[in-house]
Design a protein around this ligand. Structure first.
Ligand SMILES: Cc1ncc(COP(=O)(O)O)c(C=O)c1O
Length: 428
């Protein structure tokens, strides 16, 4: 007679498959059921421990359950979690953003990066009284109809034609977006010149997914957009407060007209922001512009005090001397170790990214834009990730997010897991 042993994880997976499409929230596979995070580690429902390079898809830059963030949230919750009106913590967070981020003269809070990007594009349209937005192939700006154009085309077409990434997007949206190749100054310049009279704005991830900007690329975008009075939007949802306290605009030394922030700025809660030039942000102010130029924007949870205190506590930690140096040192050590192991094994691969955010691409060809990234051996990357998961490394499909909380023990564990997994890859 066999005894049935209850498997709580299998039960959860089964329940998820019953009530969630695809069995998931849309982010990670159904079999990954996470329970607890602390510092740079995370545990699943089966009790397995991982060094966490997923970091909640990026927000947990100073580590899970940071004591100062926890204390700030615990102090706020009994006072109420949302009011809809202004509150002192949201105001303080907006001030902190204005102090930190070069382009930020004013701030509007929303709850997700998707919303921030959607409203930044809308603000550019309101300001310019024109419709078209230029984005870059492979660039991710959230899930709006306009953003989901040529983000991950399986069969890239001819520039500048936009290809929808999702079902359910009205056909007309395609005609409102122009697509250029990341890191191609000539293409961007000729498209902007040709369409200058219809263009409302240019949106770019200053560090696109894993791709650093080629020297001079962001500077050229800045020059060309400025020449034609077209707002340049940096999507800093990932890079904000990560590449430097002032984000990628500080790190790469190029100031856009608007930027969007998310992830780190909400300290692990639902908060994101549009920030930028006061004359463009004025479109959010009914009294500052003509009726037809007013950008109508409200949100139930915008700037709620719990997310605001979590964001403020996170920024307090990040402001301390040595924080960015520590993250960059950890990232550099990890990148060099992985590169060395792959080279020693004779595997065609390269490490792409910057120290706070990188991954391996399994190709030895030059990688500068989205189409180059398709040259990477995806099956090998998936296999590598699976081998690593089994050895206590949690990461997304294509990113290692490095945290201030990652310790030397976390780094050592990761390097060992890499060595073992690469040995497995070699076996085939
Ligand atoms: C560059 C970038 N922009 C926008 C978004 C969307 O942010 P959210 O998931 O908060 O809507 C993301 C999310 O990963 C992102 O990486």
């Amino acid at each position: 007679m066999s005894v049935q042993v209850a498997d709580p994880v299998a039960d959860l997976v089964q329940a998820a498959k019953r009530v969630l499409p695809g069995g998931t929230f849309g982010n990670m596979p159904a079999e990954v059921v996470l329970k607890e995070g602390k510092g740079g580690r995370i545990w699943d429902e089966a009790g397995r421990e991982y060094v966490d390079f997923l970091l909640g898809s990026g927000p947990m830059f100073i580590g899970h359950a940071h004591p100062e963030v926890t204390a700030a949230v615990e102090a706020q919750v009994p006072l109420g979690t949302t009011y809809f009106g202004n509150n002192r913590h949201g105001i303080a967070l907006a001030e902190a953003i204005v102090d930190a981020v070069p382009c930020a003269e004013q701030v509007r809070f929303v709850c997700s990066g998707t919303e921030a990007d959607l409203y930044a594009m809308r603000a550019a349209r309101a300001f310019r009284r024109r419709d078209k937005i230029l984005k870059f192939e492979g660039g991710y700006h959230g899930m709006s109809d306009y953003a989901l154009m040529s983000m991950a085309p399986r069969n890239p077409g001819n520039f500048p034609r936009a290809i929808p990434d999702s079902a359910g997007i009205p056909k007309s949206v395609q005609d409102e977006m122009l697509i250029a190749a990341f890191n191609d100054v000539e293409m961007a310049e000729s498209l902007i010149k040709e369409h200058k009279d219809e263009l409302a704005g240019v949106i770019v991830e200053p560090f696109q997914r894993l791709l650093p900007p080629a020297p001079g690329f962001l500077q050229a975008l800045r020059r060309i957009t400025q020449e034609h009075g077209i707002p340049l939007i940096f999507d800093e949802v990932v890079t904000g407060f990560r590449f430097a306290y002032g984000g990628a605009q500080e790190y790469y030394g190029v100031t856009p007209d608007l930027c969007t922030l998310g992830k780190i700025v909400g300290g692990g809660f639902a908060l994101a922001a549009i920030a930028g030039r006061a004359d463009i942000m004025a479109h959010f102010d009914k009294l500052a512009v003509a009726d037809e130029d007013f950008l109508f924007q409200v949100g139930t949870l915008s700037g709620n005090p719990v997310a605001a205190v979590a964001g403020l506590a996170t920024l307090e930690v990040l402001k301390r001397p040595g924080t960015y140096e520590q993250v960059f040192a950890s990232g550099r050590t990890l990148m060099a170790a992985l590169d060395g192991l792959l080279k020693k094994a004779g595997i065609k691969a390269q490490i792409v990214g910057e120290p706070p955010l990188f991954d391996v691409l399994f190709t030895d060809q030059t990688v500068r834009d989205y189409r180059d990234t398709l040259k990477g051996d995806k099956a090998l990357a998936t296999r590598f990730n699976q081998l690593l998961r089994a050895r206590g490394i949690m990461k997304g499909e294509s990113k290692y997010y490095v945290s201030l909380a990652h310790t030397q023990a976390d780094i050592d564990h990761t390097i060992n897991a890499w060595a073992e997994s690469i040995a497995e890859l070699k076996k085939g």
